[in-house]
Design a protein around this ligand. Structure first.
Ligand code: MFK
Length: 545
């Protein structure tokens, strides 16, 4: 009888996730956690259900039918099963609504992002339009076009599948993925005051959205970012007829293949100004602040899935006389990845906590500065880490991990979008410089000191000193290069990675101290030691003369 390897099973992503459980116990008040728990459990069950459903099969993909049999242009999209389930599931479990629910107070974002973390890996990237919907809702909250706001916002925040809308964000054009100021789409005002958009949008996700925010340049406005304006577009009328939109094709992507990302043309598309007829990039920035945090949580969710599957497989797979998990080298490498993911978790969750504090009115200027500085750091480091861990997961599964129907390659192909989606890592690094220019590094230094103070007694003095030394180096490097823009920009990624890792280490140290003292749990402290040993400082002083 030939040997057949038992397949890896997915452990309960809620109950069996030590890192999530420990963080929720520290941060979310008991009463609120109790109220949210049925949703957390339902999300975890859905993750296990979809994992079992997809095992051994290749996921289906959306299809575009441009013409009907009579020759009418219809541009009809057929969605996959998980995507058809998406709207009802997301609305019912408040994946967008929670973040904006004032009744949840300062922990609205904590609760929401705990759900995002549980849902993303199960969602076949339905999390993408939810991220956009959340970002667009955030931008619309302050829109001066009250009629638009009052019509659209309740739909984006609806918990009722019958009224829930998802939104897209149409920024990217052929000329500008990163350099959005190059956008070519134009906006003209009709004699009756209505706005019409003409142009081509090059990466619209998801094209089945009912609403979108789009950048376009009103006729007569100057070139550059300030000459763009932000418009709201309802994509179809009540009969499902497209609003002057034709879908040229669906993108043939490396991953995220269940997500219908389209190239479209706008032909006199009816649109409404969100606010003023200029400064569209400034107006869309709040969308980016939110969607970039979703990116980080998507990467965390992917890492959690990768690590959970690897752990399970390593218990089942025997090689050289014992399970892989008992092989010192395998166990060491896995613990290293877990430590990285745990530190990343505490960075992203701190941003979610800060966002909720600010939006609920509980956070002050220091929180706002910290949230602005940490968001690009979380996006750039955690999204890159997600690719690394997904790649290591393929390797951990060996030959099976390289086979499509194991489902493991999908994790890697999907993860590769994180460092690209909503601004590549270089854009994040430069955005970090933009934020530093306005706010300085002091909010980060002060926060790090506070977190390490809270960690005294559990984080070793040597680890605390390594963390301090890395951030001091970042501070000194910044001062040395402050008047040398090319050098500053050339080193921005290294600076960003150094700051992200140091701050994450300090946050992990703070949490490890709480876990040790309140739960007698030494695991986070062990993770901290490993994480610090991997090295925090990524700045290399290069003499570029
Ligand atoms: C899920 C899978 C999806 C399917 C596959 C997807 C594949 C990828 C598809 C894509 O195309 S993803 C790429 C999406 N594109 C981006 O994320 C944009 C990347 N570029 C940037 O983020 C630039 O930094 C940005 C366009 C936002 C600004 O660059 P500019 O043109 O140099 O503008 P500028 O003058 O620096 O900033 C304009 C204003 O916005 C300033 O405010 P003021 O007018 O008050 O001075 C900035 O402070 C503000 N701003 C910019 N970034 C901000 C911000 N404010 C807050 N937070 C930020 N992050």
């Amino acid at each position: 009888m030939n040997f057949v390897q038992a397949a890896a099973q997915l452990a309960d992503p809620y109950r069996d996730d030590r890192v999530l459980q420990s963080w929720l116990a520290r941060v979310l008040p008991d009463e609120q956690r109790h109220a949210a728990e049925p949703d957390f459990i339902a999300l975890a069950q859905y993750a296990q259900f979809t994992y079992a459903r997809q095992t051994g099969t290749m996921p289906s993909e959306p299809t575009l039918t441009q013409w009907d049999v009579w020759g009418n242009r219809v541009d009809r999209i057929e969605l996959t099963e998980t995507w058809r389930e998406g709207p009802a599931f997301a609305a019912k479990h408040g994946l967008v609504a929670d973040g904006h629910d004032r009744a949840l107070g300062e922990f609205a974002r904590v609760q929401q992002f705990a759900k995002v973390y549980l849902y993303h890996a199960a969602s076949a990237f339905y999390s993408c339009p939810l991220a956009m919907t959340d970002g667009v809702a955030t931008a619309l909250r302050d829109a001066s076009n009250t009629a638009l706001r009052e019509r659209v916002l309740p739909r984006l925040l609806s918990r009722d599948p019958a009224t829930f809308w998802i939104s897209g964000q149409w920024m990217t054009e052929n000329a500008g993925g990163s350099d959005v100021a190059m956008s070519e789409t134009t906006a003209r005002r009709e004699s009756d005051g209505a706005w019409r958009l003409d142009g081509r949008k090059w990466f619209t996700s998801a094209i089945n959205a009912e609403f979108a925010l789009a950048l376009a340049r009103p006729e007569g406005n100057p070139a550059g970012a300030d000459g763009l304006a932000l418009f709201g577009v309802e994509t179809r009328d009540a009969d499902g007829v497209w609003n002057g939109i034709t879908i040229d094709r669906l993108k043939d992507k490396l991953g995220t293949r269940e997500l219908p990302t389209a190239e479209i043309h706008l032909h006199g598309t009816c649109a409404e100004l969100v606010g003023e007829a200029t400064h569209g990039v400034r107006a869309i920035a709040p969308v980016l602040q939110v969607t970039r945090l979703w990116n980080a949580f998507g990467a965390l969710s992917t890492m959690q899935r990768c690590l959970a599957l690897t752990r399970d497989y390593a218990r089942r797979r025997v090689a050289f006389g014992k399970p892989l998990i008992e092989q010192p080298l395998f166990a060491d490498a896995l613990a290293g990845r877990e430590a990285e993911a745990e530190a990343a978790f505490h960075l992203a969750t701190e941003v979610a906590l800060l966002l909720g504090r600010i939006e609920s009115g509980k956070g002050g200027a220091h929180d706002a500065a910290l949230q602005r500085l940490l968001t690009p750091l979380a996006k750039l480091w955690i999204c890159k880490l997600g690719v690394g861990i997904a790649s290591e997961t393929v390797e951990a599964f060996g030959g099976i991990g390289y086979l499509q129907d194991s489902g493991i390659p999908l994790l890697l192909r999907d993860a590769q979008v994180f460092p690209i989606w909503e601004g590549a890592s270089n854009v994040q690094a430069l955005d970090f410089l933009r934020a530093l220019d306005r706010l300085g590094i002091d909010p980060l230094l002060d926060a790090l000191d506070g977190w390490l103070e809270a960690a005294e007694g559990v984080a070793s003095e040597a680890d605390a000193e390594t963390i301090h030394a890395a951030i001091r180096h970042a501070d000194l490097w910044l001062r040395d290069h402050v008047h040398d823009t090319p050098a500053l920009q050339a080193g921005a990624l290294r600076l960003g990675l150094t700051c992200a890792r140091s701050l994450a280490a300090a946050l992990l140290a703070r949490h490890a101290t709480w876990a040790q003292r309140q739960r007698n749990d030494p695991e986070s402290a062990r993770a901290l030691r490993r994480f610090v040993a991997h090295g925090l400082d990524r700045i290399i002083d290069l003499d570029m003369d």
